[in-house]
Design a protein around this ligand. Structure first.
Ligand SMILES: NC(=O)c1ccc[n+]([C@@H]2O[C@H](COP(=O)([O-])OP(=O)(O)OC[C@H]3O[C@@H](n4cnc5c(N)ncnc54)[C@H](O)[C@@H]3O)[C@@H](O)[C@H]2O)c1
Length: 312
């Protein structure tokens, strides 16, 4: 199969590209290195099935023009702004890199007659539903971050393009995804802060924010399994783990694994890390589990494995 991975130089993208190549697929990566890194994809450059284009996907004309001769079977659309706090300071960031990249992909698919799409959505589209169990068919969603809003708008545009152009689409709503080669997120931030000051750790909020953390290789297994199932219309799945880890617990695991002792935690206070942060959520995973996939790592183990990989 000939595949296109947008955002393929990023954290999740790199793992996906590796698996797709190992399984014998042709892979085209498009990225502009906003957050992804050239070093992440350099290791693929001698593979005859791999091709890279440095394109800003917001620039729809350049994107469509440069890829016009590529006969693509499926697009894995991962390009987005994944730095939610950066987006929180400037809504333009998520409009441009989270929403307009999706529009760019949909136009490319329409022009090049590409029929299959996999989209990386997020729990942020649900907004803050407090203790409500999040099912895929929950209605009246009100995202609270610009990032969540841009992803939800992307889902809606995907739905209409899929209907109008007979696309077969799968949307995965990821929770927090972690693992080797992280580019962002709480574990990444804690390790950086502790390198600068091994005695004290600033923790955003009161540390009780508690979310499910999914190990990236579990996610890649799920994407590969479900790619075979892409059907006409829009098929939405929550993907995650049933357990969750608090921010203070993450700090404990980071300190334990990296060997920092007697670290003083300084909480910034309040029950959220930043405005737009959803402090707690829980997915209903019945739909994805019924397909025969379950994460191998629970949330705490995923955190621990990730810290170990950082240490290496
Ligand atoms: N990691 C998570 O916890 C998580 C959770 C939910 C959803 N997601 C989604 O999964 C996808 C991958 O996330 P990730 O963690 O690998 O993030 P990442 O930042 O490591 O990867 C995103 C990639 O997109 C690229 N990109 C951004 N804007 C672009 C543009 N205009 N043109 C071309 N390339 C562009 C970046 O350079 C980066 O390589 C994203 O869509 C993200 O929103 C991630």
């Amino acid at each position: 199969m000939k595949t296109l991975v947008t955002g393929g130089a990023g954290f999740i993208g790199t793992h996906l590209v590796e698996r797709l190549l190992n399984d014998g697929n042709e892979v085209i990566v498009v990225d502009n290195f906003t957050l992804g890194k050239k070093e992440n994809v350099d290791k693929f450059k001698n593979n005859k099935n791999y091709k890279f284009y440095m394109i800003n996907i917001n620039n729809n004309e350049e994107f469509c023009e440069k890829l016009k001769n590529e006969k693509i079977d499926i697009v894995y659309h991962l390009a987005a702004n994944s730095d939610i706090q950066k987006g929180g300071k400037n809504p333009e960031v998520d409009f441009r890199d989270t929403f307009m990249t999706t529009r760019g992909v949909l136009e490319l698919m329409k022009k090049n007659n590409i029929k299959n799409l996999f989209f990386s959505s997020t729990s942020a589209i649900y907004g803050d539903e407090h203790d409500k169990l999040l099912t895929e068919d929950l209605g009246g969603l009100l995202p609270i971050s610009y990032y969540g809003g841009a992803k939800f708008a992307s889902e809606n545009f995907i739905s209409s393009y899929s209907y109008m152009n007979d696309f077969n689409t799968m949307i995965f709503r990821f929770p927090n995804v972690i693992g080797p080669n992280l580019t962002h997120g709480v574990i990444y931030d804690f390790s950086k802060k502790l390198l600068n000051n091994p005695n004290e750790l600033e923790i955003l909020g009161d540390g009780t924010q508690t979310k499910p953390y999914l190990y990236v290789l579990d996610l890649i297994d799920c994407i590969m399994l479900m790619s075979k199932e892409i059907k006409k219309g829009v098929n939405i799945y929550n993907v995650g783990v049933q357990t969750a880890t608090s921010v203070t617990r993450i700090a404990d695991i980071v300190c334990e694994e990296l060997g920092y002792k007697n670290v003083v935690y300084k909480y910034t206070g309040g029950n959220i890390g930043w405005k737009g942060d959803v402090p707690k959520f829980q997915y209903d995973l019945t739909k994805i589990h019924s397909k025969g996939w379950k994460a191998k790592y629970n949330s705490d183990d995923a955190v621990r494995e990730t810290v170990k990989s950082l240490k290496k």
